[in-house]
Design a protein around this ligand. Structure first.
Ligand code: ADP
Ligand code: ADP
Length: 222
């Protein structure tokens, strides 16, 4: 089952930069798909287009579920977790439900469950500045969990973390994705990381339109 498809998508920025050329991509329900390629090959551009944060110059984005506005179906995790520094971990994770008008009390179980899942329930009352980079990333993942996204887009989420923390987060992501049946598109320039976490890898070439490869990863999963 396909969550979203890109058909013949090209993107030329007003600066003249050709960021994507004739990109075809299908994202299947319940998979971790890695977009792998060197810096500047258009990975973020593709992710932003899927999220509805950027326009295409040509081509089509097809959501088989129908409808026009898919912003609430999509969760986004960036490399630099965008946490509110003045709010506690609990309130940061609670933000999406608050925006939907869910009361603090009604959201409590969901938020604490999400924090539990990333191993941070003891830090609900802490502030982002009191946490390490890896912990802040976990908060960001917990916040995405609360929105129950159909599709989670992650743009080089662990690239700024040290190897050990990064490896732990890879393991956590695999576990959470499996438990919740998440569909994840994971942008990375690490061959190791993509092989380790993905069900499928799409390799993008340094120059748009030059080459494109897809491979199935048959690694042991939980
Ligand atoms: P579009 O062609 O889609 O209208 P723009 O060229 O207007 O896109 O740029 C959109 C935004 O991205 C602007 O705020 C611009 O300052 C910023 N931007 C421009 N060049 C780059 C770049 N190379 N990488 C990242 N952001 C950029
Ligand atoms: P990646 O995520 O693979 O590093 P990007 O999608 O960020 O690649 O960028 C693809 C190309 O498009 C690069 O040449 C980049 O400089 C350019 N680019 C990205 N965003 C913008 C923008 N808003 N305006 C102009 N050029 C951009």
């Amino acid at each position: 089952k396909t969550v979203v498809s890109l058909r013949d998508v090209s993107k030329v920025f007003s600066s003249g930069t050709l960021a994507l050329e004739h990109l075809d991509l299908d994202i299947y329900q319940g998979e971790i798909l890695s977009l792998l390629g060197p810096s500047g090959c258009g990975k973020s551009t593709a992710l932003r287009i899927i999220a509805g944060l950027g326009d295409t110059s040509s081509g089509r984005i097809i959501w088989p579920s129908g409808g026009d506005d898919h912003s609430s179906d999509v969760g986004f995790v960036f490399q630099e977790p965008t946490l509110m520094p003045w709010a506690t971990v609990f309130d940061n994770v609670r933000l999406p439900s608050r925006l939907k008008g869910v009361s603090r009390n009604a959201a409590k179980d969901t938020v604490m469950h999400a924090l539990d899942n990333v191993g941070l329930s003891a830090f609900a009352g802490a502030y982002p500045r009191e946490l390490s980079g890896g912990m802040r990333m976990r908060v960001s993942i917990a916040r995405a969990m609360v929105t129950k996204p159909k599709l989670l887009l992650m743009d080089e989420p662990f690239a700024a973390l040290d190897e050990i923390t990064r490896q732990k987060l890879n393991d956590d992501l695999i576990r959470i994705q499996h438990e919740l049946g998440w569909t994840v598109v994971f942008v990375t320039h690490s061959v190791f990381e993509s092989v380790y976490i993905s069900d499928r890898i799409v390799v993008m070439a340094a120059r748009p339109g030059r080459a494109f490869a897809e491979m199935i990863v048959d690694a042991p999963r939980p």
